[in-house]
Design a protein around this ligand. Structure first.
Ligand code: MN3
Length: 386
């Protein structure tokens, strides 16, 4: 029986994970769940699974939740609550479905305790990849990717010695605007941009998919996760979202991972520690799909891709700077302070102009502080720029 904590239980990753848990009660027990503010759904999930530890964003919500529960549970809150849940001795596996830099908190403390971390949070590896890998090495903690592309690569790369691998490919649907002429980008509204063609996801990641910044972050993650040279990581636009990743071997063979785009597959693969279990997912009918297409991404039209590669090349904290800037710029777009076409402009400007003015120790507090500093810097840029 695996003992789980699900961070971001009310989001799309968390809900999919709990659906799997519900189908396999003999395999999993949920000891902790967290949510930011969706109190009603968190309460329903908590009561359904009789979860002993719950985390919400603040004390007020914690009190409200505790008073409304029909059983007795420990209700924690805030960053401290995230930390406390992640280090509970009785939990073996953490699923990090929180989006944003807050996801780094349970990832960091969980790895420090040598736990298995099934990671769907992008910011953790983009902002603190080196640090997390260092900790995992020291404690024996494990990072298992849950993002569909990285889970696919993980499955493909498991079967081959490193020296056999010539290249890896992440696929991208291209998002809703892949075919749109760039001159029309200025008119894209938030309402249209959050509609992703194949995946149902949170708002921030949907915008990142529309700018392809999401794919850029995934390149950064793949580089960290698999210790693979950047020049050998490529992106292929694949609008059908059936092939999630490919690996090219030195003998000219390609291995690919195909599945219906459903996050339950990579989540279950991580939660079971690489066993295969039956899942309630739609049958992949290749005859019905008929054609799978691939093309090179357009770096001119989607400069966020170039920025991601540049950030990795620059190293230091450039990926963190890019990620923090993106958080601010995406909010500014959602609040209609800037237009869609200006997103990469502000990212690039932050990358160029932000200077780190203190000695950053590779520790959680410093990384969170640096992230905040960048956010403030980009906020000022956006205000001046519009
Ligand atoms: Mn992905």
């Amino acid at each position: 029986m695996k003992k789980l904590a699900v961070f971001g239980a009310t989001g799309s990753i968390g809900r999919a994970a709990l659906e799997i848990v519900k189908s396999y009660p003999e395999r999993f027990q949920v000891l902790g769940i967290s949510a930011k503010t969706n109190l009603n759904l968190l309460k329903n999930l908590a009561q359904k699974f009789k979860v002993p530890y719950l985390v919400v964003e603040n004390e007020e919500l914690a009190k409200k939740l505790k008073a409304s529960l029909n059983y007795s549970a420990e209700v924690l809150w805030g960053d401290r609550g995230l930390k406390e849940l992640s280090i509970l001795p009785e939990i073996d596996l953490l699923l990090i479905g929180i989006s944003g830099i807050k996801g780094l908190i349970p990832t960091y403390y969980g790895l420090k305790k040598g736990k298995i971390v099934a990671l769907a949070n992008k910011e953790s590896l983009v902002c603190a990849g080196g640090l997390l890998k260092k900790i995992a090495k020291q404690t024996g903690g494990k990072i298992i990717p849950v993002d569909s592309e990285h889970s696919s690569l993980f499955q493909l790369l498991n079967k081959e010695p490193f020296s056999n691998i010539e290249k890896i490919f992440l696929t991208a649907s291209g998002g809703p605007f892949y075919k749109k002429p760039i001159r029309e980008f200025v008119n894209i509204t938030p309402e249209v941009a959050i509609k992703h063609p194949t995946w149902k996801m949170g708002v921030k990641i949907s915008i990142d998919s529309a700018t392809l910044m999401n794919k850029g972050f995934e390149v950064i993650e793949a580089q960290v996760l698999f210790d693979f040279p950047l020049e050998k990581i490529e992106i292929l636009i694949h609008p059908q979202s059936i092939v999630h990743a490919l690996v090219k071997l030195i003998d000219g063979s390609y291995l690919a991972h195909l599945s219906w785009p459903d996050m339950k597959i990579p989540i279950a693969y991580a939660l079971t520690l690489f066993e295969r279990i039956k899942l309630p997912v739609k049958e992949l009918n290749l005859e019905e799909i008929g054609t799978l297409t691939f093309e090179k991404p357009d770096f001119q039209k989607f400069p966020c891709l170039r920025l991601a590669y540049e950030a990795v090349r620059e190293g230091n904290f450039a990926p963190l700077i890019l990620e923090a800037a993106d958080e601010v710029v995406v909010s500014a777009f959602l609040e209609r302070k800037i237009t869609f076409d200006k997103i990469p402009y502000f990212l690039e400007k932050t990358l160029k102009e932000f200077k780190i003015n203190f000695q950053v120790k590779e520790e959680l507090e410093d990384i969170l502080f640096l992230h905040q500093e960048v956010c403030q810097f980009t906020k000022n840029l956006v205000e001046k720029g519009s």
